[in-house]
Structure formats: structure tokens, C-alpha cells
Design a protein around this ligand. Structure first.
Ligand code: FES
Length: 119
């Protein structure tokens, strides 16, 4: 899905877009686009507000760094953010983001829990 013109992302600052109702960060590294989830797994802040440097984005909240190539957190606990296939098509940046999983209601969660065998 084409989501952004290449000129809209010039300058090195990441861009936040919504794809399939999911926030996605798009950034260029050496003119190659990368897409990762735009939700920091630590406290939910937008990573697109952070700084991109050396192939990583730094979260503005508490400075966790995530690789734009594979979504892995740099240093510390093994945490990562989802990555998405991203490419350039006729000067447009395209990204492939699967539909968001269906949200379950509290009732559905409680019913599933109640049906589990007791040990
Ligand atoms: S919210 Fe991102 S590091 Fe804390």
C-alpha cells in the first residue's frame, strides 16, 4: 500500500502514519525506507517523536533505542517492536502492514478464563 511520497520524508526525521488503523513509523536509512511499529513497548509513546541515528530510533520517553532494520532493542532486555516490509515504488513509499488482530472484549477474556481447566 502506497502511503507517503518520498519527498515527504526527506531530512532524516521519521514520519508517523496510520496503516490498517495501526501507527507505523517510516524512516530512511541511506535512502532505503524502513517501517516499524510506532508504539514504544516500554510505555506506549510514539517513537516517531524520537531521533534517528546510526540505523536506530531513540524513544523520547526513556531513551530506549530500537533498530529500524529488525525492531530489536539495543542493549538491555530482549524487547522488540514489530517491523513491516517497506519499499519505494515510483517515488512513493509503500508498506505492508497486516490487519490489526481483533480486540477481545473483557467478557470474552473472562469467559475464556472460566472455561480453562482448574489445576
Ligand atoms: S516510553 Fe519509550 S522508553 Fe519509555
Amino acid at each position: 500500500m502506497r502511503i507517503l511520497h518520498r519527498d515527504d520524508i526527506a531530512g532524516g526525521q521519521p514520519v508517523r502514519v496510520l496503516v490498517n488503523d495501526q501507527p507505523v513509523l517510516i524512516a530512511l536509512i541511506d535512502d532505503v525506507p524502513y517501517a516499524i511499529s510506532d508504539t514504544c513497548p516500554h510505555n506506549g509513546l510514539s517513537l516517531a517523536q524520537g531521533i534517528v541515528r546510526d540505523g536506530c530510533v531513540t524513544c523520547p520517553g526513556h531513551f530506549w533505542r530500537f533498530s529500524l532494520r529488525d525492531g530489536s532493542k539495543q542493549g538491555g532486555p530482549a524487547v522488540s517492536v514489530p517491523t513491516y516490509r517497506c519499499w519505494i515504488e515510483d517515488d512513493w513509499i509503500a508498506v505492508d502492514v497486516p490487519p490489526a488482530p481483533a480486540q477481545r472484549s473483557m467478557r470474552e477474556i473472562l469467559l475464556e478464563h472460566a472455561r480453562q481447566p482448574r489445576t
